[in-house]
Each structure stands twice: as structure tokens, then as C-alpha cells.
Design a binder for this molecule. Sequence first.
Ligand SMILES: [Ca+2]
Length: 190
Amino acid sequence: MNWSSHFSTVSIGNIPPGVNPEAYQWFQSVDTDHSGSITLKELRQALVNSNWSAFNDETCLMMISEYMFDKTRSGRMDLFGFSALWDFMQQWRALFQQYDRDRSGCISGQELHQALAQMGYNLSPQFTETLVGRFSVRGGRPGMQLDRFIQVCTQLQSMTQAFRERDTALAGNIRMSYEDFLTSAITRLM
Ligand SMILES: [Ca+2]
């Protein structure tokens, strides 16, 4: 099936199997030229925090590299990739709301500490306060929005995995050369 030629004739009641109906409607409204695919710029309009601010660039790019499924390397995302991304986002949103215990719309240092402890991380309250301080909206009250929460959790997981691969004795300490350290950091920076 030629998706792009098919797309303009599709109605709401004709959602392809496996595609989330809510994602379908968002995709329609973001794909303003009805080309059947969306660009990074269009995608950003669909990714919003609880205060309706747009996602930051790093998190957007991270989500795209994860969900682009861009077999043609066109730099665009089709409906199926977008629907997978949408489902993934809903899981993050649910997690975020669960850990935003005072329903303030952002995650405080204390809330992040509880969240990470439940995810199995053994980190000090000082460390989570530092994280929240680093990723709070500038000029706003301290706290992380959904996009930063996703970014922090994903990077923490990735760096923890890198640490564990070296910490084979589970000692909680590793020896690392300067270049090993830089390599590990560079491959995980966005
Ligand atoms: Ca909160």
C-alpha cells in the first residue's frame, strides 16, 4: 500500500490496525500538509509538558532516535512510528504523575528521590537535589518537567548500565582510565 496516497482518503473511523486512536488524531493535526509523515519541528508540537511548554531539544532528539524507525533515513516519522512514540509517552506520563505526589505538575528533589529509590537506584537525597537543580526551568520554582524527567531517567539508566558492566564484582566502585571515562561520557551525551 502506498501510505501517503492512501492517507488523504482515510477518515477517523478508518484507523490502521495497531495505531492508537489518540495518536492518530494528534498525527492528523500535526501533519498539516497531509504528507503522511512529520518532521522534527512538527513532532515538537505534539510533545508537551503538563504546563503545555514544548519539550526541550535534547529529549525530542532522544525520542526520535528511539522511535523514528526511519528506514529511508528521510528525517521524518510516519504514523506507525508516531503511534509507538505516543504509547511510550503515555507510560512516561503515568509514571511522572505517580511520582508527582503533591500534584504540582513538576517533580521536586524529594519526589525524585522517592521515584529513583522505587526504580531501584541507591542515591542520596543530596544527589537528587543536585539533579533537580540542574534540570529545573530557569527562573521558575525548583522542579523538573516531564521532558527533563524522561531525559534524567533515561541517561541515569544508560550510565548505570555502563558502570555495572565494569563493576563485575558489584563493589560499587570501579577503576577507570581518563580516556575510558571520557569515552563513556561522550557516547552518552546528547
Ligand atoms: Ca511535585
